[in-house]
Structures are given as C-alpha cells and as structure tokens.
Design a protein around this ligand. Structure first.
Ligand code: GAP
Length: 504
C-alpha cells in the first residue's frame, strides 16, 4: 500500500533525514527545502537513473550543463518576460496575497459554483472559470466578493482586489553596476540553456536530425503560493530533454516520448495505473506549445497533479531566438540568408537545406519525482507478531543506502573491525552508499533501515568470528532481506558476489 497521506511522507522525511525546511533555524523560507543525508542520495539516484536511460542507453542524445543565470535577452526572446506569469490577487483586509486559481479551487463547491455562474461559465470547466476571471479583472473582483470567497489565512470573506499577472522569474544583478543593462534572470526552466547551446552542440558533435540534448539542473520560480511540501517550490530541479526533429515528424516523436517516459516511470516504481495522461486543452497550453501531454500522478492527499510535461514546442524557441537575434542586429536578414548564416538551423536530412527543427520536450521535476517515488515505496505492514512496521520498498537502484553492515555489539572491536572491512570491500563494488551501522541495537537498526529503504542488512555476530555457539557458522554473516524479512547465512568470501547479483 503506497502512502495514504502527505503528512505521513513529510513526517518520514523529517524524521529520517530526507528533507528539511530551508533556512529552518531562522524560521524557514517558504518554498525552499534542503535535502538531508538520505534525500541527497535518493535524489542523485533518481537523476542517475534518468541520465542512464535517456543519455547512455540511447544513441541519439547528448548531455549539457548550462549556467543558471541567463542573459535577460534570452528570457525576453523566449517569451518568458512577457508571459511567464501567474494571476495574483490580494485581500485588502489583511494584505495577504494568493494565486487566483489556487484561491478559488480551494473554496467550497457552492462558492466555486457561484463564482463560475457570475463569470458565465460552468463550474465543471474550472480552467474556463479561471480564464474568465483573468480576462475580466473588475468583474472578477466583484464576483469573488459576492460569492463569499474566503481568505484561507483568516477564514473570513475577503475584500478582493482585481487579479493581475505576476511574473515568476527571479531577477538578479550581475557585477557591481546595478543599472538597467546589468541584470539577468535565474532560469525558470533549464530548457533555454539547451536552445542557446544548440549550435555549439551541433558543431562540436556533428549531430544530424533527429537527436536530443538532455540536461538536469536547478530552475527558479517565484511561486505566489508555494505549497504542498516539495510539490510546489521556488527552487526546483528539472530533468529536461529537448529532442530536435524534422518538421513533420514531430507528432510521431511526441508519441514516442510519451511511451518512453511512461515506461521510465514504471521502472522507478511509479506504475502507469497511477498516471493519467492529460492532453492539455488548447486554451491552457504554454505560450510555446503546439500540443502538450501532462502526466498527472495520483499524489497522496493532492490527487492527480502534474509530475511531467511532454510538450511539442514546434520551432518556437529556436525560431524565436534566431528571429530576435536578427532584430537585435546580430544576424541580418535571417529569411534571405538562411543558408549562409545558418544560425540556429541544421541541415534537413533529405534536402540538406538549413531548417529550424521542431522540438519535443519531456520535462520532469526531480522534486516531484522524489515525492512520487517515496509515496509508492511507502508501505505499512502488520507483522506476524502483530507489530506494525513502516518499510520503504524502493527499487534497489534508488535506495539511498544499498547495504547496512551491522556489528552485533558496538563495543567488541573484533566485530566492528570485521564489519568495517566488509563495508569497505562492498563499497568498492560501486553500487552506491554502503553504511557501517554501529549504533549497537540490532532491532532499532533493522527498523531504521526498513524505514529508509535499505534493501539488505548484513550482520556480523559472534558466530561470524568463531565465538558463538555454532562453529559451522564461522566466516559467515547474516543477510536480511528488507522486503521478505528472510535471513540467510552467507560466507564472507561469497558476500560481494551475492549482493552484487541481488542489487543489480
Ligand atoms: N521546460 C518546460 C517546463 O518547464 P513546466 O510544466 O513548467 O514545463 C516541468 O515544468 C516540470 O517541472 C513539471 O512537470 C514539474 O514536475 C516541475 N515543476 C514545475 N514547477 C515546479 C515547482 N514550482 N515546484 C516543483 N516542481 C515544479
């Protein structure tokens, strides 16, 4: 049984050191989280699994790691300066600020129905209600007051301002001079670093269409209302692919990536049955999108919410950067001189003429991935003795700790030294983190490792060193399986091969 509530996950994450509130000792910073000792391992393992599957296991991909702060012209010409905004609204009674769609969505059904009716829309079609509110700010303000929309903070009906767009990009000054020309943006998506490096990658790798560029990295969005733990944060991490293809083949590639991505999620323990595919309605598409499939994972407490977007970005970005470079005077007469300037173009595979490729973009959030993986792995079981145990049934490749090596007594140097040497040998296999667990209480150690998803615990006891009751067990250790709870005696000389096979 996966986790049934977000609270269960939040509590586990804090208790066991996966995730902490950012700047916590100063009261915390909303929308920022720090990944602790186990969180960083899990996050790294998710990213490694994504990179392996999307870069190493394909023959048509390259990788990239572009800078986070970008020239303001990049974000201007990508369309983000003009359109990367959410509608915000203030309550004049207490100056609290909310994201309009979140505010309305969280009201009681009868209140939403009244707002919808006032805007001439059906409450069933929530995106249309939000669109109508955005399009008619004065009417929206009145409709919200008349319908009795309550402030989530005070619980009282608010005195609502007109909604207005709020640009979510973080601006920062670059260098010591803070004039109009010396600022840039923290990228709101990693994608733009791929588009601006398109030509560099093509020229340095001799890639031909179709091919893709993959990138994992931080992105920043000044969300009006960050919420739901790491689901909606202001500093996030994305795993993005821009897959470049010949115009006309884009729809086929779009289906290809939809299928690929669903099977990747499945391999991480997030089953297809828990993901709904939303073919995003035209009116809700991002400014660059010809068509987008949103993968909507069924999160505990939240219900179906976006975990990944797979967009057909057409030739919007490369086209717009080329066009706008021309406007800036960097490239003259793009249309007439396409052959010679070949700015963000690539030879058409059949005609060899320069073409601006179409782009399919699978874009997944690392934080949302981690939340889904944790939620699927979270299991509560009642044992034969009636005790309850919490166990994270993570796939071994994602487990933060692969093996815990436990000396039965922490004050017996002979056991601890042998455990340390076993740990050191296992570590050399390159499977990931192996932990020497010498806390001294075997029962507690097993419980802890169940809760953090360690697939195997190896115990070094007195029999191992020939000082127990059973001489036949000398030179063997106990290997405990997290999921079946089976305990097997394995020779130390065969342990690395045994665990390597199990953890593969
Ligand atoms: N380049 C396309 C793009 O950025 P998006 O749908 O805005 O598209 C892609 O974001 C993914 O990034 C989402 O599916 C989600 O997993 C993640 N994401 C977006 N905003 C987020 C936020 N505020 N907090 C956590 N993850 C977020």
């Amino acid at each position: 049984m996966p986790a049934t509530s977000m609270e269960e996950l939040v509590s586990l994450c804090k208790r066991r050191g996966f995730i902490f509130q950012g700047s916590e000792i100063y009261g915390g910073l909303q929308g920022f989280y720090d990944y602790g000792p186990l969180g960083v391992e899990l996050k790294n393992n998710i990213k490694a699994a994504w990179w392996r599957s999307n870069v190493y296991e394909r023959d048509d991909m390259e990788g990239l790691d572009a800078s986070i702060i970008m020239h303001r012209q990049v974000l201007r010409h990508s369309g983000h300066e003009a359109t990367f905004s959410d509608p915000m609204i203030d309550n004049k009674k207490n100056n609290k600020r909310y994201r309009l769609d979140h505010l309305v969505k969280d009201q009681k059904a009868d209140v939403i129905a009244k707002v919808a009716a006032a805007m001439g829309e059906s409450a069933e079609n929530f995106p249309a209600v939000v669109a109508a509110l955005n399009a008619n700010p004065a009417q929206a303000s009145q409709a919200l007051k008349d319908a009795g929309v309550r402030d989530p903070f005070s619980g009282e009906v608010g005195d609502w301002t007109e909604p207005k767009p709020f640009n979510m990009m973080f601006k920062t000054t670059i260098g010591p001079v803070a004039d109009d020309e010396s600022y840039g943006y923290l990228r709101p998506e990693t994608a733009q670093g791929i588009f601006t490096n398109f030509k560099n990658v093509v020229d340095s790798t001799s890639r031909r269409l179709p091919f893709g560029i993959a990138q994992i990295g931080k992105a920043f969005r000044n969300e009006i209302t960050p919420r739901n733990f790491i689901f909606r944060v202001r500093e996030l991490e994305q795993m993005e692919i821009e897959f470049f293809c010949t115009p006309g083949t884009d729809e086929e590639w779009h289906e290809h990536w939809l299928e690929k991505r669903l099977s990747w999620w499945e391999a991480q323990g997030v089953p297809r049955s828990k993901i709904e595919i939303l073919d995003v309605p035209k009116e809700d598409l991002a400014h660059y999108s010809k068509r987008t499939y949103d993968l909507m994972y069924d999160y505990p407490t939240l219900g179906h919410e976006e975990i990944e977007g797979i967009a057909n970005r057409s030739d919007y970005d490369l086209g717009s950067h080329t066009k706008n470079q021309s406007e800036l005077g960097l490239v003259a007469n793009v249309e007439e001189n396409l052959d010679s300037i070949a700015k963000l173009t690539i030879p058409h595979p059949e005609t060899n003429k320069p073409v601006v490729p179409f782009v399919i973009e699978p874009s997944a959030g690392v934080d949302r991935a981690l939340l889904a993986v944790l939620s699927e792995a979270f299991t509560k079981e009642t044992l034969e003795n009636g005790n309850e145990r919490i166990v994270l049934k993570l796939r071994p490749h994602l487990a933060p700790i692969k093996v815990a090596v436990i000396p039965l007594a922490r004050n017996k140097a002979e056991l601890v030294d042998l455990a340390r040497s076993i740990k050191s040998d296992l570590q050399k296999l390159g499977l990931g983190r192996i932990l020497l667990e010498d806390s001294g209480n075997i029962g507690k150690a097993y419980r802890r490792h169940d809760e953090v998803g360690t697939p195997y615990c190896v115990t070094v006891d007195f029999d191992t060193v020939g000082k127990g009751d059973d001489a036949t067990l000398t030179g063997t250790v106990t290997v405990r399986d997290r999921d079946t709870l089976a305990q097997e005696r394995v020779k130390i000389s065969e342990l690395t091969a045994y665990l390597q096979a199990k953890l593969k």
